[in-house]
Design a protein around this ligand. Structure first.
Ligand code: UP5
Ligand code: MG
Length: 204
């Protein structure tokens, strides 16, 4: 990718912190192109003829991280398609594509590979809240989501992976001064307001 033509913001936070919900709102506000790594993996899992279907299914159910080559490739393809089809965020005077990469990178190896090979992320938007809040949200969603990992057993594993593997990624970017933290414990509207303040700071 031509680094003068795109800007990437990572969106991180624990399972159920509200990454996807807030990304949708920010897309409405700013016209970002929103790419959720989890959504791309679930789509690949169900794509006919995919050689990774079973692997992805197992990782998602167990709350472990899919080997980075798979996820990075899916993100690269989605970014390329968005740029080609003019879906990379309209309305920017400078014509740059602006991507919200949601739920990625969750492990240091992914972070390094993406920064080196795809695009150096400008900023990390970090939605933080307690496990108690996240658990309640995921169990509630699990009643209707059909997601194979919205059950108590999988959620516990997802929390473990988040603490052990993803928090170090957030700390890595924090040490670089790239993290904008937003408390996502409150109602969607309240979090959205705070997220906008954080994004405005990043954009200006
Ligand atoms: N909700 C949201 N905000 C709320 C608020 N402020 N107040 C009250 N309710 C709120 O929200 C979750 C639920 O909470 C929804 O019902 C929502 O209405 C409500 P959502 O916005 O979906 O939260 P999000 O943080 O996006 O939660 P998600 O479940 O998507 O979190 P995960 O990070 O666990 O899921 P993801 O899809 O990113 O990854 C799934 C799996 O894919 C991983 O466990 C892993 O196995 C795999 N994966 C990889 O291997 N590699 C990757 O790079 C990415 C994923
Ligand atoms: Mg999500």
């Amino acid at each position: 990718f031509d680094h003068t033509k795109i800007t990437v913001f990572f969106v991180l936070g624990g399972p159920g912190a509200g990454k996807g919900t807030q990304c949708s709102r920010l897309v409405e506000d700013y016209g970002f192109c929103h790419l959720s790594a989890g959504d791309l993996l679930r789509a690949e899992q169900h794509r006919e003829g995919s050689e990774f279907g079973e692997l992805i299914q197992t990782c998602i159910r167990e709350g472990t991280i899919v080997p980075m080559e798979v996820t990075v490739k899916l993100l690269e393809n989605a970014m390329a398609a968005a740029l080609k089809e003019g879906r990379s965020g309209d309305g920017w005077a400078d014509g740059r594509g602006r991507f919200l990469v949601d739920g990625f990178p969750r492990k240091m190896d992914q972070a390094i590979k993406f920064d080196e090979e795809v695009c150096m992320a400008s900023m990390v938007l970090f939605f933080s809240t307690t496990e108690e809040v996240m658990l309640a949200r995921l169990l509630e969603r699990g009643k209707t989501s059909g997601r194979e990992d919205d059950n108590a057993e999988s959620i516990k594993k997802r929390f473990n992976t988040y603490k052990e593997t993803t928090m170090p990624v957030i700390e890595h970017y924090r040490a670089l001064g790239k993290v904008a933290e937003v408390d996502s414990s409150a109602a969607v509207e309240v979090v959205h307001k705070d997220a906008k303040v954080a994004v405005e700071k990043i954009l200006n």
